[in-house]
Ligand binder design. Structure first.
Ligand code: HEC
Length: 143
């Protein structure tokens, strides 16, 4: 009786568990290694990424928003780069000179270039102001 049970148990697993375990482990290793070997998708330039660090270093976010998120003392800067009459020169001047409400920032040329590249890249990701959208009678939205 006892022997019969043992033989039945043996037949229940045609593949040895250790074989399955080894197979799964090797599949995992092969897959992980193939992912590890894949080239990392990198941005065209590192500059906007560096500019984000400058943005954080000088805490622009405490007074300004990007896509509506941030402090509300100053205006949203998502699209300032492409706004008519503004752009890189205007932004640079604002940062260097400041106003009564905004402090001026003393940053070096490298930081300034990176920050402008960040704001340019930000501008290209979309429009932040929802008031520029029109809702039509049929429910469609256009810009
Ligand atoms: C203490 C709050 C504060 C901080 C910090 C601050 N700003 Fe400002 N910023 C303002 C205010 C307030 C205005 C509006 C100024 C005005 O109209 O007089 C402004 C205006 C601007 C403008 C002009 C926007 C427009 O559309 O007219 C730019 C560009 C700008 N800031 C960039 C920056 C950048 C870049 C940083 C970080 C290096 C920064 N600001 C940090 C408060 C701040």
């Amino acid at each position: 009786m006892c022997e019969l049970e043992l033989t039945n148990k043996k037949n229940k697993y045609p593949m040895k568990p250790i074989f399955v375990f080894t197979l799964i482990c090797s599949a995992f290793l092969v897959y992980s290694f193939s992912i590890y070997l894949q080239p990392v998708a990198s941005a065209k330039s590192e500059l906007p990424g560096e500019g984000k660090m400058v943005w954080q270093k000088y805490n622009c976010q405490s007074c300004h928003q990007l896509f509506g998120l941030g402090g509300y003392l100053g205006p949203d800067l998502t699209n300032t780069y492409s706004e008519a009459g503004k752009g890189a020169v205007f932004i640079k001047a604002m940062i260097e000179v400041g106003t009564k409400q905004m402090p001026s920032f003393k940053m070096d040329e490298t930081e300034m270039r990176a920050l402008l590249a960040f704001l340019e890249a930000m501008d290209q990701t979309g429009k932040s102001d929802p008031r520029s959208f029109t809702i039509h009678a049929n429910g469609m939205i256009s810009q």
